[in-house]
Design a protein around this ligand. Structure first.
Ligand code: ADP
Ligand code: MG
Length: 558
């Protein structure tokens, strides 16, 4: 701000000083004239240095803000719960993270000092001009309100256009994200053209929005240039008339021309500020929109650490729904003793996965409670709760990176030996060690370079390394062929030893030995008991089991 003030002072004095220098020529004092010209040169150099400071530090300020805000936004995104991600498109988040934040910090980059400098220049110049020749000053300043009105109006139009552009680019991003991550599906359906059409639609809307924005921008630039020229013309025309009438001398007119030209920059900046403010605030609103979303699942103030877990899990009359009109789980009662295995069986859509997701509190129960070792999971710290639960599911997600990175995700502090032991337990070590790069093999995006069974075993190794007392296996083997399944089954049996295990499996042969089997349908828990008991009562389970051996599936069961 201090530098900006000095810049304004220098900028305002130069025309005035120049006029004095020219007056000296009339008095034939060439030496002083030359000294003043040198002085003005020095002033220009100082002004340039000050301008550098304002620009550089202004940008540094913006860059720091952007860094901090992006960090905050990322941290906030990490804290948001499943429900948020159930309904949000990745591309839209990307757009906010990259474009909107940038837009907003542009404002912080130059905003305040530009605004300050421009006001100083306009007001200072007004007084300087009135002091020199009030009639001409008045003529010039009659123009200014009109100029500002036009500039602001056109700027607003322009920024509305650019805001629209931003919305459209967010859609292009979202479309791109979805198309690229689904590229293998598109190809398998030979639907590249269809994807192209969908993309083109968004891309076209983006183009059209840019056309409008640029049209308004061109009108703005044209208007600004034109009015500045007219202003110059007025100064020369009216000034010439005043000189003719003997009200003013030529040197004053020259100083006026210098002032008028020093004007166009502040006015441009002022209107620039209006636009930056508009789009910066739009970006800020979009930033705050995310920041203001409360993470639905939080630690309660008195939450305690979940420690020394034995693994006794209980569902006390648990009811849950994703929306208001349909209960997915209704009044569920379950009791799993520490170290025991409970199997969940039932038609797809019955709520088995949902039930599993309630234990690590991915979603919050609507009614009832879930306890671990008789502690309500609502009253323990979420981090400690999740550290005690290992989840292996059907769709494995591997992060881009090496096999080692992916296994170590289970425990980033593990050492080499522990890593290899986990891989051995997951029956994947032999495969990894024969790879040219071994554990440092890159798995590609989402582990695309590995087979389903290999990915699954890496995800199991991850849980071995995590070593949690509670284990959830959600159809961990259903995507696999028989041979791989046997291997994985072996690994899973090893994994569940000594842990409380909740297992969901398609193939009932794999859960025969569970301590208890629960049949869950859309109406709730239908049957409960050991494999042997359930076959005896000849209910749903017995039907399912027989069907799997005969190779057909009765109608009533999905
Ligand atoms: P299962 O694992 O037994 O096949 P799920 O627990 O996946 O069943 O699903 C139970 C019901 O909840 C289904 O009707 C499904 O459509 C619905 N559902 C699952 N996940 C969500 C979600 N994230 N948002 C809304 N509804 C969901
Ligand atoms: Mg499921």
């Amino acid at each position: 701000m201090v530098c900006a003030l000095l810049i304004a002072v220098i900028g305002l004095s130069i025309p005035m000083v120049s006029k004095h220098a020219l007056d000296l020529i009339a008095e034939k004092d060439f030496n002083t004239f030359f000294l003043i010209i040198l002085g003005i040169l020095v002033a220009h150099i100082i002004r340039a240095a000050l301008q550098y400071i304002v620009d550089y530090w202004g940008h540094i300020l913006g860059v720091r803000m952007e860094y901090d805000m992006r960090k905050d936004l990322f941290r906030h995104l990490q804290s948001l719960s499943f429900r948020y991600y159930d309904k949000t498109r990745t591309g839209h988040i990307m757009s906010r993270m990259v474009n909107d934040l940038n837009e907003m910090t542009e404002l912080a980059h130059h905003g305040p000092e530009d605004l300050f400098l421009s006001f100083m220049m306009l007001i200072g110049a007004f007084f300087a001009m009135v002091f020199m020749e009030w009639r001409l000053a008045l003529a010039v300043y009659l123009f200014i309100p009109f100029l500002i009105w036009f500039a602001v109006k056109q700027r607003v139009k322009m920024s509305e256009g650019f805001r629209n552009v931003k919305k459209k680019i967010a859609n292009v991003n979202a479309q791109l994200e979805s198309s690229i991550s689904g590229i293998r599906v598109s190809k398998s359906f030979a639907n590249e053209e269809h994807e192209m059409d969908k993309f083109t639609e968004g891309n076209k809307a983006f183009r059209v929005s840019k056309n409008t924005a640029f049209k308004n921008m061109s009108i703005f630039m044209l208007g600004m240039g034109f009015t500045t020229n007219i202003l110059n013309l007025v100064v020369i025309g009216f000034g010439g008339y005043l000189i003719y009438g003997g009200y003013m001398d030529l040197n004053t007119l020259l100083a006026f021309i210098l002032y008028v030209n020093a004007f166009s920059q502040p006015i441009r900046k002022l209107t620039n500020f209006v636009q930056q403010f508009e789009s910066g605030m739009a970006g800020f609103d979009r930033f705050m929109e995310i920041m203001e979303i409360k993470p639905l699942i939080n630690d309660l103030p008195h939450a305690t650490q979940l420690k020394d877990v034995k693994g006794h899990i209980r569902f006390n009359n648990v009811t849950f729904s994703y929306n208001d009109h349909e209960k997915v789980l209704n009044n569920i009662k379950l009791d799993i003793d520490a170290g025991k295995t409970l199997a969940l069986v039932g038609p797809s859509g019955g709520g088995k996965t949902t039930l599993c997701h309630l234990i690590p509190r991915f979603y919050e129960v609507d009614e009832g409670e879930i306890t671990i070792d008789d502690k309500d999971i609502k009253h323990v710290k979420i981090k400690s709760l999740r550290e005690n639960i290992g989840l292996v599911s059907q769709d494995v997600f591997l992060f881009a990176g090496t096999i080692k990175d992916n296994i170590m995700y289970g425990n980033v502090n593990a050492n080499e030996e522990e890593l290899i032991l986990a891989a051995k337990n997951a029956e994947i070590h032999d495969f990894i060690k024969d790879l040219p790069d071994g554990y440092d093999t890159n798995v590609g995006e989402r582990g695309i370079r590995l087979s389903g069974g290999q990915k699954q075993r890496i995800s199991i190794a991850r849980v071995f390394l995590k070593n949690p007392p509670i284990l959830i296996l959600d159809e961990a083997t259903s995507a696999l062929d028989n041979e791989t399944e046997i291997k994985i089954q072996r690994a899973l049996e090893k994994l569940s030893k000594g842990r409380t295990t909740l297992v969901i499996a398609h193939r009932l042969s794999t859960i025969k030995n569970a301590d208890e089997i629960v049949v869950i349908t859309e109406d709730g828990i239908k049957e409960k008991g050991s494999h042997h008991d359930l076959l005896q009562i000849e209910g749903t389970y017995a039907k399912l089991y027989k069907a799997q051996f005969k190779g057909y599936i009765p109608d009533e069961i999905d």
